[in-house]
Structure formats: C-alpha cells, structure tokens
Design a protein around this ligand. Structure first.
Ligand code: ADP
Ligand code: MG
Length: 358
C-alpha cells in the first residue's frame, strides 16, 4: 500500500443542535496533514457527532468543513475519500473476511485482480495475512477490529476517522492495538482523527489531543502540554489526577498559608491563583533537600500497603487532601504523624486566568 499525500482538515464555526440541545457549539479545528489527532472527552461531549459530520453522515446546522481546498459539507459520505472505523466493527456477518474488505473497492469499481491484491495487502498490514477465506463470526474481537481497519484503509483514503475502535476489547489487547494502530499510522501517514474517552489511550497515541466538553474544544495541544499545562480545571481534572490549592502571589513571593513557594514561572498578575498539584510529582522528604524543592507540611491520615508501593493519604495545612506514593520498602508513616512533602519548583503550575469556565 502506498503512502498517500495526506490532506489537512479545516473546520470553522461548526454547529449542531438537536432541539434545544447544542451538541457542537461553533467548533474551530485544524487537523494538520498526516497528523494523528484525538478528540478526547467524556460521554455525551459531542465527539461522535463531530466525527460523523467529518464523515458526512450528519449534516451540520452551520459551519464549514474543508479537506485540503475542497469544501465538503454538501458532499455525500462515499465521495469524501474517508475511511471510517466504528466502535462495534460494523462488518457484514454473512460475508467472508476478503469480501468485507473488498466492499469499498467494489463500490469504487475496482477490478477483480487488483481487488484481490489490495485485500491481501491490507490483511498483511493488519497482521492477518491469509485470513481472507475465514468467516467473520469465527474471529475474535481483536481480529474483527483489525478487519474493520483493513476495510477502512483498503481504498487508500486520504483521511481516516476512528470512533472508539478499541473500546470493546479487553485492556491487554487494547494496549497492544494502541501501539499497532500508531505504527500503522506512521507507515501510511494518512490524516487521522481518532475518538476516545480514555485519557491514557489519547496520551499514548496522539500527535495532538483536542479535549472536548459540552460541544466545545477546551484545549488543543500535544499530549505533554495537555498534561503539564492544562488550559483549565476541566482539562486538568479529566486527564490525570490533580489537586488544587489557592496561593497568593505578591511582589516578592508566592504564599501557600505560612509557606513560601518557589515557582517555576512567575504569573503576569499578582493576587490569588490556583496551584495545580499532580500527586505523582510529590515526594516524601526526609532530612535534607535541595533549595529548588518546595516543602509542604502535611499530616498523615493513613498509609495503605498496595504491594508495589504504599499510598500515603495526607492533609495539607489548609485541609486539602493529597495522596503520595512511598516505596514499599520503607516503614509506612503512621496516622497523625507530621510529614513534609516535596514539590520541585519546576513542577509548580498555576492555572491560567479565566480557567475553569464551562
Ligand atoms: P459522545 O460521542 O462524545 O459521547 P455524541 O456526539 O454521541 O457524544 O452526543 C452528544 C450529545 O448529542 C449527547 O447529549 C447525545 O444524546 C446527543 N445526540 C447525539 N445524536 C443525537 C440525535 N440523533 N438526536 C438527538 N440527540 C442526539
Ligand atoms: Mg461517541
């Protein structure tokens, strides 16, 4: 299968309402040519609706969708040159594997010999070479999803859309397929829009992630930016664990109660800010520490042995609960014991102003 010249996708002011419910609210989105972009958001946030509008199965109320230079809003789905993989395979159970994969080629009038060759190539790409004569109902869930993927790419579309394609698979197979899909994307290079509600899946697979909530894109960035510098409280809480404490920034320091903190970056504005704490960035300090580590005094509530580590639940001075992991080889701190938590200056992050709006 050849590498296609990929196409960028450009969406402007895309809006969809069902009755009084605004499902997508004036979405602007640019997917770069050849990029793997993930739409990540909770159930009901509008991910499927957006993908279905890209594929042409749902008509927007207003807005523009461009693939390259072409305005596609009025184009029928089969004329959009888009491959699509759905959550529930959507294979034809009465056809064998080869016939399923050949279906889009048949629609496009590709001849028999070429069809046979391309079907076998697609099967090999999804690591099911030689499976053409099998019946779909003889295959496992993972194999069926690979067939669905082969069918979506066999006509070499320039854009590939996938809606939670791995959600029906068990965890181990899902994690395996995440890596495989990503590798396949690197080989074929088609512009890919992938939908998931699974934050780890999004972080694993994507060049960029668009976090969507209530029909609006809350942030569009590379995975490490989404994680380390969330644009607001929703993104911070949806991806990874986080705790927030209020700090007061003055001319010469940043105070959290009685504690003076060194920040990685000074905010533009003085006054109160929300400091995001990722629990895994906290350490339990013993005697000595370097000056670039902030010390947060806390009180132990409980230590819970979990095999690979000990979960230490603590309360910060202002009453905020945070948990930190300690090595299972140390003596667990007892309930009521004072403890000092370390947070590197480089790991401090203040939520930007205006954050947390819905
Ligand atoms: P997601 O894929 O993020 O879970 P959807 O795009 O499927 O979200 O749905 C977004 C919202 O739009 C939900 O509240 C859903 O109930 C509503 N919705 C989707 N399709 C329809 C429809 N055909 N008619 C009415 N409401 C719909
Ligand atoms: Mg959905």
């Amino acid at each position: 299968m050849t590498r296609q010249a990929a196409l960028p996708i450009s969406v402007r002011q895309l809006t969809k309402r069902y009755g009084s419910l605004t499902v997508l609210d004036a979405i602007d989105l640019d997917v770069r040519s050849g990029e793997f972009l993930t739409l990540l958001g909770p159930s009901g946030s509008g991910k499927t609706t957006l993908l279905m509008m890209l594929a042409g199965f749902v008509r927007p109320d207003c807005g523009i969708i461009r693939f390259g230079d072409a305005d596609v809003v009025r184009l029928e789905p089969h004329k959009r040159d888009v491959g699509m993989v759905f959550q529930n395979y959507a294979l034809f159970p009465h056809m064998d594997v080869a016939a399923n994969i050949a279906f889009p080629l048949k629609l496009r009038g590709v001849g028999k010999a070429e069809t046979a060759e391309r079907v076998e190539q697609a099967l090999e790409l999804v690591k099911l070479g030689g499976y053409g004569a099998r019946r779909v109902d003889q295959l496992s869930g993972g194999q069926r999803q690979r067939i669905a993927l082969a069918r979506a790419i066999v006509f070499e579309p320039r854009i590939l859309l996938m809606d939670e394609p791995l959600s029906a698979l068990d965890k181990q197979l899902r994690e395996h397929m995440q890596i495989e899909l990503r590798q396949l994307h690197e080989r074929l290079g088609m512009t890919t829009v992938y939908v998931t509600h699974d934050q780890r899946e999004a972080l694993t697979m994507s060049d960029r992630i668009a976090v969507i909530d209530h029909g609006r894109i809350q942030q569009l960035d590379a995975p490490h930016v989404i994680y380390d510098r969330p644009a607001g409280r929703f993104v911070a809480e949806f991806i990874g664990e986080s705790t927030f404490v209020t700090v007061d920034v003055t001319e010469d320091d940043c105070r959290f109660g009685d504690v003076s903190l060194i920040l990685g970056e000074t905010p533009a504005r003085l006054g109160q800010h929300e400091l995001m704490i990722r629990p895994e960035r906290l350490s339990i300090l013993d005697g000595k520490q370097s000056p670039d580590i902030n010390v947060l005094p806390a009180t132990v509530r409980a230590s819970i042995y979990q095999g690979d580590s000990i979960l230490v639940q603590t309360l910060l001075a202002d009453g905020t609960a945070v948990s930190v992991r300690a090595s299972a080889s140390v003596k667990p701190p007892a309930a009521g014991e004072p403890i000092r938590l370390g947070l590197r200056a480089a790991d401090t992050y203040l939520l930007p102003d205006g954050a947390g709006r819905a």
